[in-house]
Design a protein around this ligand. Structure first.
Ligand code: ADP
Length: 262
């Protein structure tokens, strides 16, 4: 449904991604992992059409993404960024309503259907009590939920996440990822997310894609991808991989460089 075919990308003259081939099918939940600078955000931006490949093509439902209108892309693909600020004093409800923009003409404030979809999105995310609060006065976790509601109002088939929990406390990380997983499981939304935390990725995602220096180094189930050897190779970090006691998914523990004192 969305794919990169032999995609390379350079910022000015600096090559960042090299011949990436990636096919993500409808309903998959895929995490992009890799050290800082390995190209995760760039992949997300190529998939959303914010950037165009220097070589190769991005395909969305059989069309070449760069040939589609922005609005056509936005009707199918939504992006949750790391952080989001609003230049205006918008309420949470108004921010969620922005998710409907791809579906109506400029300056119309949306008809009844839009308002119904917005209300449903707000209720689904569990933030109805906050809806008249100003977005910029919400906490980081509340804002991230508002953004998720906005993307939900967009009724996307594909949800792209760029480290959506990078600035959140653990409780909010879990809440956001629980919500994303529910969207995936209950509504069949395809999810592709750049993730920082290997253990969170293993807990929530079915398929992990490990990037190293702009190339795909490993691609598969958490069990296949998260091995001590692979992590050593890609992150230059010594770790042990155990099993999560509840989910049995792989769980990475950092092995300190020197043995701790007895
Ligand atoms: P990640 O998300 O894995 O940290 P990025 O996709 O953000 O990686 O970055 C990949 C590489 O591209 C890095 O070397 C980064 O410095 C470089 N880069 C990212 N954005 C820009 C930009 N706007 N201009 C120039 N180089 C950039």
């Amino acid at each position: 449904m969305i794919s990169l075919r032999q995609v390379s990308f350079s910022y000015s003259d600096t090559p960042v991604l090299h011949h990436i081939d990636l096919v993500v099918e409808k309903g998959e939940m895929v995490a992009l992992l890799g050290p800082n600078g390995s190209g995760k955000t760039t992949v997300i931006k190529l998939l959303s059409g914010v950037l165009r490949p220097t070589a190769g093509e991005v395909h969305l439902d059989g069309s070449i993404l760069s040939r589609l209108k922005r609005r056509e892309v936005a009707q199918r693909v939504a992006v949750v960024p790391q952080q989001f600020s609003m230049p205006f004093a918008f309420t949470l409800r108004e921010v969620v309503l922005l998710g409907r923009t791809p579906f109506h003409s400029l300056f119309s404030d949306g008809g009844q259907r839009d308002h119904r979809v917005v209300q449903q999105a707000i209720e689904r995310i569990g933030i109805a009590a906050l809806k008249e609060r100003f977005f910029n006065e919400l906490s980081g976790g509340e804002r991230q939920k508002a953004i998720l509601a906005m993307t939900l109002a967009q009724e996307p088939k594909i949800l792209l996440l760029d480290e959506p929990t990078a600035h959140l406390d653990i409780n909010h990380q879990v809440e956001i990822l629980d919500l994303v997983k529910r969207l995936n499981r209950e509504q069949g939304v395809t999810v592709i997310g750049a993730m920082h935390d290997l253990n969170m990725a293993a807990l929530y995602f079915d398929r992990l894609l490990l990037l190293k220096e702009g190339r795909i180094f490993a691609d598969g189930t958490p069990e296949k991808v998260l091995t001590a050897e692979t992590i050593k190779e890609v992150f230059s970090a010594s770790v042990q991989v155990t099993q999560h006691p509840i989910t049995k998914s792989p769980h990475v523990i950092i092995a300190p460089g020197e043995a701790p004192p007895e």
